[in-house]
Design a protein around this ligand. Structure first.
Ligand SMILES: CC(C)(COP(=O)(O)OP(=O)(O)OC[C@H]1O[C@@H](n2cnc3c(N)ncnc32)[C@H](O)[C@@H]1OP(=O)(O)O)[C@@H](O)C(=O)NCCC(=O)NCCS
Length: 210
């Protein structure tokens, strides 16, 4: 895919994050396909996740959320064969953020966003916003029409998500934190219906609260 964002992050990579992801690396099988060529420190790149990088993505979510629920989701969804857009931010040899968009049933060309995570010592640098924007651009380019998310409006609101756009959706987690964004203007106008999430999202509990 032609889209790539390789602007520089505003801060250099911190030693805590480096140690955390190195520790994750040691758990990788040697032929995990995640070896990256050396790059200059602090060179942030945003791109689609490559095959074989799921295990590193899991490490990002485990460190950001501090629990396993979100960390397990990407592997469960990808291995179940769902249509996804999976994007990562890297800084040199290090993976610093991941966001997953998964196809939903019930609305025309709709995606669920989540989980989204930035490793703890790189949060607040603007990486999360850049990563999600990159994924949204990719989704629009590929003909997706809307994106739903359950999460903090303080973060997702600045990306254009609005709770009122999601009001027509029948989901177990309806409420002010359930928001939607139209990739195509008017895509959700007048729409209402049941949105069907992949089983891995655990309909009926709050496991995708991101
Ligand atoms: C939430 C998360 C993905 C945001 O990524 P990030 O790179 O830290 O966010 P950014 O630096 O791009 O933040 C952009 C803005 O959103 C704000 N913001 C970040 N996380 C927020 C949150 N959970 N609630 C409200 N606002 C938030 C930031 O303060 C920043 O505001 P500012 O520009 O006015 O300073 C990241 O903090 C994270 O991984 N958190 C732990 C996992 C998690 O909770 N994921 C789900 C998010 S609902």
């Amino acid at each position: 895919m032609g889209l790539e964002d390789d602007g520089r992050g505003p801060r250099s990579r911190g030693p805590v994050q480096a140690a955390r992801l190195r520790s994750g690396d040691r758990r990788l099988p040697p032929a995990g396909g995640i070896a990256m060529s050396a790059r200059e420190p602090s060179r942030l790149a945003i791109r689609e996740m490559a095959a074989g990088e799921l295990v590193l993505v899991q490490t990002i979510h485990a460190s950001a959320f501090g629990r396993d629920e979100e960390a397990r989701l990407p592997h469960a969804i990808v291995s179940a064969g769902h249509d996804v857009i999976s994007v990562v931010a890297t800084d040199g040899d290090y993976f610093v953020a991941h966001a997953l968009f998964t196809a939903l049933e019930g609305a025309d060309r709709a995606l669920a966003l989540g989980p989204v995570a930035v490793v703890p010592d790189r949060q607040g640098e603007g990486i999360g916003v850049r990563l999600v924007r990159f994924g949204l651009d990719l989704a629009r380019e590929r003909g997706w029409r809307s994106v739903f998310v359950l999460g903090d409006p303080g973060f997702y609101g600045r990306l254009g998500f609005r709770a009122n756009l999601a009001r027509g959706a029948v989901v177990p987690w309806a409420g002010p934190n359930f928001q939607a964004l139209e990739l195509v203007p008017g895509a959700l106008a007048g729409w209402s219906g049941v949105l069907v999430y992949p089983d891995a999202f655990g309909a009926g509990d709050d496991e995708d609260d991101d």
